[in-house]
Design a protein around this ligand. Sequence first.
Ligand code: GDP
Ligand code: GDP
Length: 438
Amino acid sequence: MSKPIVAIVGRPNVGKSTLFNVLAGDNISIVKDTPGVTRDRIYADVEWLNHKFTLVDTGGIEPESKDIILSQMRDQAQIAIDTANVIIFITDVRQGLVDADAKVADMLRRSRKPVVLVVNKVDNFDRQMMDVYEFYNLGIGEPHAISASGKLGIGDMLDEVTGYFDPEMENEEESEIPRIAIVGKPNVGKSSLVNKLLGSNRVIVSDIAGTTRDAIDTTIMHNGNEYIFIDTAGLRKKNKIKEELERYSIIRTVSAVERADVVVLLIDATEGVTEQDAKIAGIAHERGKGMIIAVNKWDALEKDDKTIYRFTEKVRNTLAYMPYAELLFISAKTGQRLPKLFETIDMVLQYQNLRVQTGVLNEILTEAMAMQQPPSDRGKRLKIYYMTQVSVKPPTFVIFVNDKELMHFSYVRYLENKIRESFGFRGTPLKFIIRERK
Ligand code: GDP
Ligand code: GDP
């Protein structure tokens, strides 16, 4: 199942961040123990009634001058058009309709993407409604009056937003063809990799209808199996501010990762593993995707017999929160170990979909508890009654206990290791849900 992406677009100071924070609530998509993951509120998971979606705020840093507001808004709108399923275009009743709004509205209208026009700062619906009607002039439909800070009109707005979701996408059955997202910072070799894979394998189609146009989807046949590769390369605009580029590359990565079963994170061997790599890896980690770290440009490195061990150690240290990730050293240029990449993808896909029988799980549990007693606190000991796997992608386990408070994360990690000792689950994160049963 892939979640729809909703993007917020609007001029500075209209209330984008305020709305984002109201919608995101506590669901800002940041896992606290994931170091290196951005603290910026760029994207968040939102639930409304029976719908789940990923919200992205395309507005980045404040422009310094008026002249560049419009050009920045165009960039934002383009990102939204490229990546989002539904766009929230937000305006400000206090500032009224301005020229930049009209220009962006034209752009959004031409894209034919569903747009929800929102007029913010309507703190008093009775007094300000007349001013809201002015926004009909944008020609992108009915304006929705809201007050982001007062939390007014938000429900109606969300009804309209989620009304545009494609039910097929939301309830998508497991697609038979695995999707592989190739992610990594600019110039790490993403396009080169996809091109090399294309060159040495049979291509079927390279444009799949109904997908977001941002990432280019390429279907590749290898050893009789099909794979869809999602490449996040693109947006090579010159003169872009660094922060802005980074924000955009994060939004693109989120939307590609969202649709993927397995993520291949490319790291540049000639630069070593960086903070930016850790941020990108964090996105896949949070979303429970299969994970392969591929150190690219391995051909360009002068190596001795210790190089690979030293590199491995650095990668494992920097990405310590994903010890489960598979690690490969490849060259998109020479094709070195690309067959191995396919083997690893196949393996990770299998583990993402592996189901362990409850009986077997509980044997492991019993044995694990015998070897290391569950923790206790102030004379009360944790009792674990039962464990069962409730879903795959990622494999998710529910553990029934007497008291949630007593379940220390280190004991969860201990059980995770025991499960991995028996079943591997290589390349896939495991999720644990602790439930109380009195
Ligand atoms: P952004 O630049 O578009 O992200 O805008 P912000 O979310 O930072 O909001 C800009 C200003 O508008 C802040 O001072 C907010 O407190 C204020 N603001 C946001 N929403 C509302 C609202 O619904 N009513 C009023 N009166 N002010 C708001
Ligand atoms: P992207 O921005 O991640 O799509 O990166 P590109 O595929 O455009 O590659 C950026 C640069 O790195 C290009 O000059 C490539 O030729 C070079 N490059 C990519 N893969 C390799 C590799 O495996 N070895 C070497 N030596 N260079 C590579």
